[in-house]
Design a protein around this ligand. Structure first.
Ligand SMILES: Cc1cc2nc3c(=O)[nH]c(=O)nc-3n(C[C@H](O)[C@H](O)[C@H](O)COP(=O)(O)O)c2cc1C
Length: 221
């Protein structure tokens, strides 16, 4: 067991740049709690979020939580804010999955980058193949062509050879692959502790530090 004195809980706001919007893509993999926690901390830190949930996400909400996610953007914004329990902080704009004419579909719309959390194997495959068959895929493709940061948080187990090859293709293209695999050295007590660790490590790839996780400072004993 690690000596807990070697773990430090801090947030380094000096590296945060919330002057441009961040795209939050949510695909139809299990673990919508990852998206909810990411959104919660980003809004609380006053980030401007452009959120696009894939068509399959609606079914996963239904299956995992028995909750209907509204289709209409204003209602969806309210829905995500309720899930994240953040009434007013930050800015949130939700886009319909099919709206490939949205701002985030164009490289001329400047962003901090994009995180896809959780990321299904279907979305991994489509991104690796350069497909843009919905707004989430198009927005991710745009980040790549513009040389911006793209982070994916894949959730599947086990991975097939095809999944691994597609993830390798993404890594070779500069995508940061942060699997939804929590660590245990920070002494997690709750599901949120486990989830937040994954979300924080994913946001680290975007130089965003807005989640109070316990970070390893080296052994103190
Ligand atoms: C309840 C539920 C859980 C799912 N979990 C996963 C998962 O963890 N990983 C995955 O790759 N696909 C998962 N799927 C399957 C995807 O939703 C499906 O492949 C879908 O086509 C993905 O589309 P999208 O990538 O456009 O969101 C799940 C589906 C359902 C209904």
């Amino acid at each position: 067991m690690p000596n807990l004195q070697s773990l430090v809980t801090s947030i380094d706001n000096s590296v945060s740049d919330n002057t441009k919007p961040l795209i939050l893509g949510v695909s139809g993999a299990s673990g919508l709690i990852y998206a909810v926690r990411a959104l919660k901390f980003l809004l609380q830190a006053n980030y401007e979020i452009e959120l696009v949930a894939s068509k399959s996400t609606y079914m996963v909400w239904q299956s995992e939580q028995n909750i209907r996610m509204p289709l209409e953007p204003a209602q969806q914004e309210q829905f995500w804010r309720q899930q994240a329990v953040v009434e007013e902080a930050g800015k949130l704009r939700c886009h319909p999955w099919s709206d490939v004419g949205a701002n985030i579909a164009s490289g001329s719309f400047r962003t901090l980058g994009m995180i896809v959390i959780p990321c299904s194997m279907s979305t991994v495959a489509k991104l690796a193949g350069g497909l843009s068959s919905d707004l989430l895929e198009r927005a991710a493709d745009v980040q790549l062509k513009e040389g911006r940061k793209l982070v994916v948080v894949p959730r599947e187990t086990p991975f097939s050879l095809i999944h691994l090859r597609n993830l390798t293709t993404l890594a070779e293209a500069g995508v940061r692959v942060v699997p939804a695999i929590p660590a245990w050295y920070h002494n997690p007590k709750t599901i949120e502790d486990l989830v937040d660790f994954v979300v924080a490590r994913a946001l680290d790839q975007l130089d965003i530090d807005c989640i109070p996780i316990q970070r390893w400072q080296g052994r103190q004993d």
